[in-house]
Design a protein around this ligand. Sequence first.
Ligand SMILES: CSC[C@H]1O[C@H](OP(=O)(O)O)[C@H](O)[C@@H]1O
Ligand SMILES: Nc1ncnc2[nH]cnc12
Length: 298
Amino acid sequence: MAKAGAPWHIGVIGGSGLYEPGALDEMQEIAVGSAFGEPSGPVVTGMLGGVRFTFIARHGAGHRLSPSHVNYRANIDVLKRCGVTDILAVSAIGSLAEEIAPGAFVVIDQLIDRTTGRERSFFGEGMVAHVPLADPVCPRLSRHALKAAKKAGAAVHDGGTYVAIEGPQFSTRAESLLYRQWGAQVIGMTAMPEARLAREAELPYALVGMVTDYDCWRENSDVDVADILETMRANAETARAMLGEFATILPKTRSASPIDTGLDTAIVTPRERWDVAATTRLDAVAGRLIERFPRAKG
Ligand SMILES: CSC[C@H]1O[C@H](OP(=O)(O)O)[C@H](O)[C@@H]1O
Ligand SMILES: Nc1ncnc2[nH]cnc12
């Protein structure tokens, strides 16, 4: 399915505090199933400024899923099934740098993955793929997100390395200090494997972090979830305004991104060896290839 020249269709993954997208025209809730299990909840789709947006709350309605229990594969698979062309993810983040203060937005450009035990690939059984991930976010989408966040009135940092921890506990002070030494500027619990999976699904992904706290590297400080949620709620309106601005900033038509065809060179299993069950499971994620090369015969 070629996306070049097609209209944009933005999948939004709302993080802590951003549980609904705000008013969309022709808004409707749709239930979409996934071969990868249960997504975090139903998706809501509608139009904003002439652009289709499809929204899913990462932790589900009522924030019932911890970062370790979010089914990242199902969420990305479902967005892909809905026909989204690109993903804009929003997250609460802690700051590892003095100059990145609570309340600011950060357009993330790098990720360090410290998560453990999460399903991190759509591939592996019956069809193996190795996608490149040197630049885990889409620079074009991130540029649009930066402009949109500025227009929405946020204090925005252009770029920042996000370290993804497993959680659900926050870090120890020694860990927090270590992440600073590694060159990370912000910390969270959800961007991985989300970004990996978006790349496998050939969906350009941008991540806007909303700083809710200073992580515990500061002397005599610790993180307080009540403060985080309060800051996040205060920022949610700005995040929703950012979505509106984003719609007006996007060029009228969508030109191709190299991420749209990333699987062309990533799948190492020869087509004649593709497993029928795998191609069935992957009919959305790798749908472009499975459509072009009809399924392997069982
Ligand atoms: C409620 S504070 C910790 C929680 O918030 C962030 O979630 P998200 O990225 O979905 O906004 C953080 O990663 C933790 O999951
Ligand atoms: N300090 C922190 N550590 C990990 N995840 C977070 N999400 C928001 N603040 C955080």
